[in-house]
Design a protein around this ligand. Structure first.
Ligand code: ZN
Length: 206
């Protein structure tokens, strides 16, 4: 998701996402440090699949991986997200058709397995959105201002998170990925899709 405005404001007053139920396993500071080294990223990052790749356009499946394999997948997803300057990623974006997503707005480090959006606000806002799988473009679309997501963490524990603005947008964006939907599928018109101008940087995607 492109979010220059939110990025410029480096000191958000309120976290845009918070855990409201449970204490999920997260990509904590220690893991983040270990998984962010250039060497780790080089060894684990995969290319992000781009629009048109069948992996992005079909619903993903319930994962039945061992804990070790699941953590290895999460590490690969995280490295791929970092390499692409993302704030979230879903497993199908690296060609793995499983219902696993990372939501990393404000470095939240949330790992959501089989996430379900169980509440959204009626209030919506017109917002700019980009995607690591739709490089070079952004879209203008309406998203609910707030959302709640319930999922399982890699240890099998249930948890819920709530987010506002970019936090909600990222949850909705990643949940969409796991259902084979991209933001471009939600545009009212092709005219709401814009190329990123050469003088703009595509700073944030998910
Ligand atoms: Zn995306």
């Amino acid at each position: 998701m492109s979010d220059e405005a939110a990025r410029e404001d480096e000191a958000p007053q309120e976290p845009r996402m918070r855990i409201t139920k449970g204490t999920p396993w997260r990509i904590d500071d220690g893991r983040r440090a270990k998984w962010s080294t250039p060497e780790f990223v080089r060894q684990h990052a995969l290319d992000i699949r781009q629009v048109g790749d069948p992996a992005l356009h079909r619903p993903a499946l319930r994962p039945s991986l061992s804990r070790a394999d699941l953590e290895a997948l999460i590490a690969r997803m995280f490295a791929s997200m970092l390499q692409a300057n993302g704030i979230g990623i879903a497993a199908p974006q690296i060609g793995v058709p499983l219902r696993v997503a990372i939501i990393d707005v404000d470095e939240a480090g949330i790992v959501a397995i089989e996430p379900v959006i169980d509440e959204v606000t009626e209030e919506v806002e017109e917002t700019r959105e980009g995607c690591l799988s739709v490089r070079g473009f952004y879209g203008m679309l309406e998203r609910p201002l707030g959302a709640r997501l319930t999922a399982t963490d890699p240890a099998g524990r249930r948890f819920s998170i709530e987010g506002e603005e970019l936090g909600a947008q990222c949850m909705l964006h990643e949940a969409d990925h796991l259902n084979g939907t991209l933001y471009i599928d939600r545009l009212r018109s092709r005219e709401d899709l814009h190329p990123v101008r050469p003088d703009e940087t595509e700073e944030v995607g998910a």
